[in-house]
Design a protein around this ligand. Structure first.
Ligand code: ATP
Ligand code: MG
Ligand code: FE
Length: 333
């Protein structure tokens, strides 16, 4: 079964052709990062305009690289949300046009479920599982008893992990999005600043990163005011230690309590080297018998392949949308 999948929820225009929900025939990703960088974040209007310019070309390229024609397809899938409404609509309308023109079923996919299903492209999901979704807009622990069952057991009370990275990145002057740069700097520095590990002792699976962000910003401002030298790499390492420690601690605890067979990392922040290593170590030590899946770097950030993987579950259940499908900026799993 072949699915053409489209993703335009934020600042990547992407199209992919996926076979049987687990094999990538093509996955084209056009990033707009350069256009947004001088503004220090994603500008929604600019994102929409880029998607409009790119979408047809990217879809054609995905079809060509996969070596398939529209007649070969079994469905067209698209991210319906969450994301920027103007950006989502470009993908949704492109998918509707293709579904209409070629008489194909239309599948509306949740972007966060997509991030989780990125793991299906490299291994098989085994249930029950727990997924730590860490991205630019989300930090959630999601329990899945089966492929179409999603329960949020914990989430951030304020900033998402990726958002915190990007905000402190701006404070120490790295280009947007800061996560990747902070990660690289962290490996050159040491954990010398004492930043808070919010909610780590609390008896729940929730997170909070805004206190850590404020503490980081205050530390930098105070030092600047006093004219003190600061080691940016040490700041990055200290910030990363705090983030990773809370994420890993709560995830391991939730996985133990929920007695899952598999633990899954998902979302853009899953690319973080510190997080990947710490989680691997913690699972080895504390969760013997639990399998850990971490997507390869190219499937951590936004891409259409993960949307095609998630869509396959819906294709098998014939869970289709009609042409009234709209973008849903605030969609939850
Ligand atoms: P969402 O998926 O919640 O809708 P999004 O799609 O904008 O949000 P993603 O594309 O999944 O987010 O992830 C982007 C985020 O990942 C950015 O905040 C970015 O800084 C962060 N990120 C990417 N690489 C790393 C890294 N190595 N370390 C930390 N953060 C990273
Ligand atoms: Mg992005
Ligand atoms: Fe995302």
């Amino acid at each position: 079964k072949l699915i053409l999948a489209i993703e335009t929820s934020c600042d990547e225009t992407s199209a992919a052709v996926i076979k049987n929900g687990d094999t990538i025939l093509s996955n084209i990703v056009a990033s707009q990062i350069k256009s947004h960088q001088r503004f220090g974040g994603v500008v929604p209007e600019i994102a929409s305009r880029h998607h409009v310019e790119q979408i047809t070309l990217i879809i054609e390229e995905a079809m060509k690289e996969a070596g398939v024609s529209y007649a070969d397809l079994d469905a067209v899938a698209v991210t319906e949300g969450p994301g920027l409404v103007g950006a989502l609509l470009i993908g949704v309308n492109a998918a509707k046009a293709i579904a209409f023109a070629h008489n194909l079923p239309l599948i509306a996919v949740n972007h966060i479920k997509g991030h989780i299903f990125a793991n299906q492209l490299v291994s098989s999901l085994t249930f029950p599982l727990l997924s730590l979704v860490v991205s630019g807009g989300h930090t959630e622990l999601i329990y899945m008893s089966g492929p179409d069952s999603f329960e949020i057991v914990g989430e951030t009370r304020d900033d998402a992990a990726g958002e915190a990275y990007d905000k402190i990145g701006r404070v120490i002057g790295v280009p947007y999005p800061g996560g990747k740069h902070i990660d690289e700097m962290a490996h050159l520095g040491e954990d010398t600043y004492d930043f808070p590990r919010a909610m780590i002792q609390e008896d729940n699976y929730d997170f909070s990163f805004s206190g850590l962000k404020s503490s980081f910003i205050n530390t930098v401002h105070n030092a600047r005011q006093k004219g003190e030298e600061m080691d940016a790499n040490d700041l990055a390492a200290s910030f990363q230690s705090a983030v990773v420690e809370v994420l890993v601690d709560k995830t391991i605890r939730a996985a133990k309590d929920k007695k899952v067979k598999q633990l899954i990392l998902a979302g853009g922040v899953a690319a973080n080297k510190g997080l990947r290593t710490s989680l691997e170590e913690a699972v080895r030590k504390e969760l013997p018998g639990v399998e850990l899946l971490i997507p390869p770097l190219n499937l951590c950030g936004d891409n259409a392949a993960m949307i095609g993987a998630a869509a396959f579950v819906q294709l098998e259940k014939e869970e289709y949308s009609d042409f009234t499908l709209n973008g849903q900026p605030g969609l939850s799993v």
